[in-house]
Design a binder for this molecule. Structure first.
Ligand code: SF4
Ligand code: SF4
Length: 412
């Protein structure tokens, strides 16, 4: 089918109105390569990296085309062909994907150094001194996006075993993530607290791994497989009622380990059991029922749907159910709530113009709601929207929905 139903939902097509920047155009390119009518070229690779991977096209497609899988393979093909190779690019990919994100001790070491730099006031000093004006524009923009590292990481905030408050109904594992652990360890703590309040004993090993979504989305298929095997070894699916993630981008990837490990004689079967146990926090709470908090401060909240929650996992009603369970919370719908905010993994780092346009559009819509709080269930979206609102000097709080629920329990 070439129906084009996906075209109006695609942010890159919406921006350029060029067929090659649409899902249908990209699929035609992938097909030409698969049929050996075209060799992977730089233009092909650029096109695959201009795609956000937001998966809005999958939601729109009446034929059920699995664009997520095509997209990951296409990026892997682009990497294998080497058409984008340059010494600088290889160095950055080796340092990040192949070194930093393969061992979270290394990532935490970098996080600690950055935290020290921020806590000692050096970042503020550097920003005020004007030194940054000497940097190229792109580096200045990247510096402005540097996230604040949390004073404590998840292992310092969450015990390896958190007992259920009241009767224990479930035993769950909590995945604390990689970047999430550095920048949003407080969201991990809130998640553990909320799970405990809802009858779950929460197992949170202090030493965890990256789930590999960053690798799979950036053409490093084998590294993604290595990380998936390690995750399955660490969290044995038969020991838990659910394996919980609070990061939409990770959840969307974590639920497809069976596909990633297809043909693996040892892990494929175990990966199927794993996939069945992985739950996004909103999804899990909606399944087990949310204990209603007795009280909470009055607030007007709008909800931005992370692409990998609404399109990747089809989770749209559950976050709203969670927000509506909070007393005195007025939920105002966000126009175009499912339209990508431009974060898209590391898209805002590699495609700043397109990401900036999408962010502006998102901020405009947020303003139009008059909400004082924006809730969203993905660390990338949280950071992107925080940056956008800060640049526009808008005093709107940006939080994970689970934080609002945790706060309501505390204030009750
Ligand atoms: S994933 Fe998003 S940006 Fe890419 S083709 Fe689909 S709708 Fe367009
Ligand atoms: S991907 Fe789906 S919606 Fe888009 S053109 Fe093909 S069949 Fe139609």
């Amino acid at each position: 089918m070439h129906c084009g139903m996906c075209l109006p939902t695609c942010p890159t097509y919406d921006a350029t109105k060029l067929e090659r920047n649409s899902p249908r155009g990209r699929i035609a390119l992938m097909r030409a390569i698969a049929d050996d009518r075209l060799k992977p070229t730089e233009a092909f690779a650029d096109e695959m990296y201009f795609c956000l991977g937001c998966l809005a096209c999958m939601t729109a497609c009446p034929a059920g085309v699995n664009y997520a899988e095509l997209f990951e393979h296409a990026r892997a093909e682009a990497e294998q062909s080497g058409v984008l190779d340059s010494p600088k690019r290889s160095l950055i990919r080796t340092l990040t994907l192949r070194w930093l994100f393969m061992d979270l001790n290394r990532l935490q070491l970098v996080g600690r150094a950055l935290r020290l730099y921020q806590q000692l006031g050096l970042q503020t000093f550097v920003r005020r001194s004007g030194i940054l004006r000497l940097l190229p524009k792109r580096l200045r923009e990247l510096e402005a996006m540097t996230p604040t590292v949390q004073p404590k990481f998840s292992a310092e905030l969450i015990a390896p075993v958190t007992s259920a408050a009241g009767a224990k109904r479930y035993r769950v594992a909590l995945l604390t993530g990689c970047a999430q652990d550095l920048i949003f360890s407080d969201v991990n703590r809130d998640t553990a607290e909320v799970l405990a309040r809802n009858g779950c004993e929460v197992i949170t090993p202090p030493e965890q791994l990256c789930c590999g979504s960053l690798h799979a989305h950036n053409g490093e298929w084998e590294l993604a497989q290595q990380l998936a095997r390690k995750q399955i070894d660490q969290f044995r699916p038969d020991e838990f009622d659910a394996i919980i993630t609070n990061a939409a981008g990770c959840g969307s990837h974590l639920k497809h380990y069976a596909k990633l490990l297809e043909g693996d004689p040892v892990y494929e079967k175990r990966a199927h059991a794993w996939d069945a146990k992985v739950k996004d926090i909103h999804e899990w709470l909606a399944e087990v029922g949310i204990a209603k908090p007795a009280n909470a401060p009055a607030q007007t909240v709008t909800y931005h749907e992370a692409c990998h929650l609404c399109h990747g996992q089809k989770i749209t009603a559950q976050p709203r159910t969670l927000l509506r369970a909070i007393p005195n919370l007025k939920l105002v719908e966000l126009p175009e709530s499912t339209w990508c905010c431009g974060s898209a993994g590391i898209y805002n780092l590699i495609q700043p113009e397109m990401a900036g346009d999408l962010l502006e559009r998102k901020v405009r819509h947020i303003e139009s709601t008059g909400a004082e709080v924006v809730a969203t269930g993905n660390p990338g979206c949280l950071l992107q929207i925080m940056n956008g609102l800060r640049q526009q000097k808008r005093p709107v709080r940006v939080v994970h929905p689970i934080t609002l629920l945790a706060e309501a329990y505390r204030s009750s």
